[in-house]
Design a protein around this ligand. Structure first.
Ligand code: CO
Length: 137
């Protein structure tokens, strides 16, 4: 069974949010759709639209947040891939059943009132993987 409907977004760790917004919005022409500080994840995040999908820019709020640590180790750049699911609970349960290592045992609130859960990169070839169920509108 295919767990995912589509790629919801790719997450990019940035050191300079304004410069990154200028790149994606002004030079690539992607509309800025949402901006939100997500204290639980230690980031200020921006969503830009590309087709049905998004680019999610992530600025760490501190150096010892997960994204802050990622940048100090690996520098800014691609951080995670996020897949859209109908039912994040079910998708997460199936991932566990299939032996994938999870970071989140239960889905939690993500940006824009989505529900999200992360899989550990140790089980996914080094790619931090996010399952996303967008908020119903
Ligand atoms: Co994300």
């Amino acid at each position: 069974v295919n767990l995912f409907e589509s790629i919801d977004h790719i997450g990019i760790a940035v050191e300079d949010l304004d410069a990154s917004i200028r790149l994606y919005e002004d030079r690539f022409g992607m509309p800025l759709q949402h901006r939100e500080t997500v204290p639980a994840q230690g980031v200020e995040a921006v969503l830009l639209g590309v087709g049905e999908s998004h680019v999610e820019l992530l600025l760490p709020l501190s150096g010892d947040s997960p994204v802050g640590k990622f940048i100090s180790k690996r520098g800014p750049g691609l951080h995670h891939t996020a897949y859209k699911c109908d039912d994040v609970e079910q998708a997460l349960a199936l991932c566990k059943e299939r032996g994938l290592a999870v970071i989140d045992e239960q889905p939690r609130r993500g940006i824009r009132d989505s529900r999200v859960a992360f899989l550990h990169p140790s089980g996914t070839g080094g790619v931090l993987t996010e399952l996303v169920q967008p908020a119903a509108h």
